[in-house]
Design a protein. Sequence first.
Length: 260
Amino acid sequence: MKKRGFFYFITALTLTICISCSSGTPETSTQTQLTVSVAASLQNVMRPIAQAYQQQASDTLIAYNFASSGTLQQQIEQGAPVDVFISASPQQMDALERKNLLQPKTRKNLLKNQVVLVTPKREKTIKVFADLTQEHIAKIALGNPETVPAGQYGKEVLTQLKLYELLRPKFVLAKDARQVLFYVESGNVDAGIVYQTDAMLSDKITIVATAPETDHSPILYPVAILQQTESPEPAQHFIDFLWTEPAQSIFQDYGFQLAQ
């Protein structure tokens, strides 16, 4: 079986976690390690997913690498040793597929999400997206639309509402959706645009508006096995587990909608 050391990516946003090590499971020579690169907005839910999976597959170690989907895409394109990729947008997966970096016929849409506008609890004047134009609203956190899917969807919503260019001077661009949430929680910004599932994790913010699904591209989280994997069968077994009842129940508990 394959044994591989952790691949540490040099980026402030990337967090690599060996779930089995944190749960106290000892590594043995018969264990296979899977490196799974996952969009930052899935960070909380994927930990219990791995713990549930390893109750059924104790011979597999799951090493997560969390970052924005754009950052993960770039790492994979540069040769990072990744077995499975879960993106927060089809865009990054499309780019990898065009470069033949995915195992054929392994790509599937896993989850769906929603875009919401959030504010610190003290903020009482923002009720809808249009309220962001108020003069006293000085800073709005948004994931960088170039690399962060949540920011991309947020840009689409604001563009549809004819607000994007008007609000551009107020934007504080973040490296991922979790950083947007932190800015709002800390009160460093007046509002932010995040996924509904991120907002559900915090009791320091208020969800003031939910963007209609017609105002943005479908928010889908695709998953696929990377072409370079040395463990295609364990990787497929892990992906298959994501569609089992225990895994689907965990996703729903964290507010995700099922794509299939």
